[in-house]
Design a protein around this ligand. Structure first.
Ligand SMILES: Nc1ncnc2c1ncn2[C@@H]1O[C@H](COP(=O)(O)OP(=O)(O)O)[C@@H](O)[C@H]1O
Ligand SMILES: [Mg+2]
Length: 357
């Protein structure tokens, strides 16, 4: 059985997507799950969070032929085939397939073969290219016996992200409380529907083709891309804006999510009561910079890193918050079979208001 792929996705940058994924990957690993993290954002911010710059430079310029996501799929743009990925071991249970700024070159390759993957014949190569990210993820998962693959992407709706979403079982949508996040969500919902149905047609077309008989061991992702909830980020709120500006945007999220992402009827529900809101992520202020400096998650900071006094308490709070969130997500993705009831546990969100005092 294929390993589940969880992607953090939205159509708006700077909402804390990469930071969240970084922290959750550490937390899943700490909870005993074996995790592969794949950085498919050509900006490679997630890779920069995990690895020192010197190491990244070495990987990009002198490394092995298969040690970034781009290097693993690049042979497909010529006459070659997918390479088995070489992963970086970050910590026990935690592995990274680094990103690569050159990945943006692959956008054109994917766009070009998209129409061909719906043709009458010569389907094998276009389908192999379209599913190449998934093929690499699955090889990575097999290599380290992973329980889950976590993927970070840029905030675009282009061919790279379409291919990532085809490879995705579950989607989490981080949002800020502002016009741009809401507009991004309005864009994202219909796009997920279009991609899902376009991929279903291609899968059907492939199944009916004679070529599929000739490639019985060629597996393809199902393209479920099931949205399991959204997260509200406080840090993206401008501190000089009044609380009601935050409330105004945040309380519109539940119905946009219902209508355009889930195709459900509208309901009168506020964000704080919305079961699809998985958490409100706190503004971690100086702890974020401290964690980046120490190249570790906030909840691993110690007094040696400068986390003393009230910072030490915030570190403990962050550990609890991320543990609850990881279990909640794990529960919805079947990573944790028995766990807490996702709807009974809410991330404490004192601080929405105090954070802006
Ligand atoms: N919870 C948080 N509290 C404070 N700052 C945060 C938080 N999450 C992210 N940030 C900061 O916000 C900026 C954007 O975050 P990032 O994770 O790169 O967003 P994205 O991947 O959506 O572009 C970064 O400078 C990051 O350090
Ligand atoms: Mg990012």
């Amino acid at each position: 059985m294929a390993t589940s792929v969880l992607t953090f996705f939205n159509n708006k940058g700077g909402v804390g997507k990469t930071s969240l994924l970084y922290h959750l990957s550490w937390m899943f690993a700490a909870l005993g799950k074996r995790v592969v993290v794949v950085d498919i954002d050509p900006q490679a911010n997630l890779t920069a969070a995990f690895l020192e710059e010197d190491r990244i430079e070495k990987i990009w310029n002198e490394g092995d032929l298969n040690d970034t996501i781009f290097k693993c799929v690049a042979p497909l743009s010529e006459v070659g085939d997918i390479l088995d990925p070489c992963l970086q071991n970050i910590a026990p249970n935690l592995y990274l397939l680094p990103g690569d700024v050159r990945l943006s070159r692959y956008e054109d390759v994917l766009s070009e073969v998209w129409p061909n993957s719906m043709g009458d014949n010569n389907l094998y190569r276009p389908m192999r290219i379209q599913s190449s990210f998934w093929q690499v993820m699955q090889r990575a998962a097999i290599a380290i016996d992973a329980d889950i693959v976590l993927v970070d992407v840029g905030p675009h709706l282009g061919a790279i992200n379409r291919s990532v979403l085809l490879a995705t079982d579950y989607v989490v949508i981080p949002l800020g409380a502002d016009l741009f996040s809401l507009q991004g969500l309005k864009n994202l919902g219909p796009t997920l529907h279009i991609w899902r149905s376009a991929w279903e047609k291609r899968l059907e077309n492939w199944r009916m083709s004679t070529e599929s008989q000739r490639h019985p061991t060629f597996f393809l992702p199902r393209g479920n891309m099931q949205p399991i909830g959204y997260l509200c980020q406080q840090h993206s709120v401008r501190l000089d804006r009044p609380v009601r500006a935050y409330d105004k945007w945040v309380n519109r999220i539940p119905n946009v999510y219902r209508e355009l992402v889930l195709s459900l009827p509208q309901e009168s529900v506020s964000q704080s009561e919305d079961p699809y809101c998985m958490a409100t992520i706190k503004h971690y202020r100086s702890l974020i910079a401290m964690a980046q400096e120490a190249r570790k998650p906030i909840f691993h900071l110690t007094s040696a890193d400068g986390a003393i006094g009230s910072h030490a308490n915030s570190v403990q709070d962050a550990r609890k918050d991320f543990e609850i969130l990881a279990k909640k997500i794990g529960h919805k993705t079947s990573l944790f079979q028995e766990g807490i009831d996702p709807l009974q546990n809410t991330i404490p969100d004192e601080g929405i208001r105090s954070s802006r005092m």
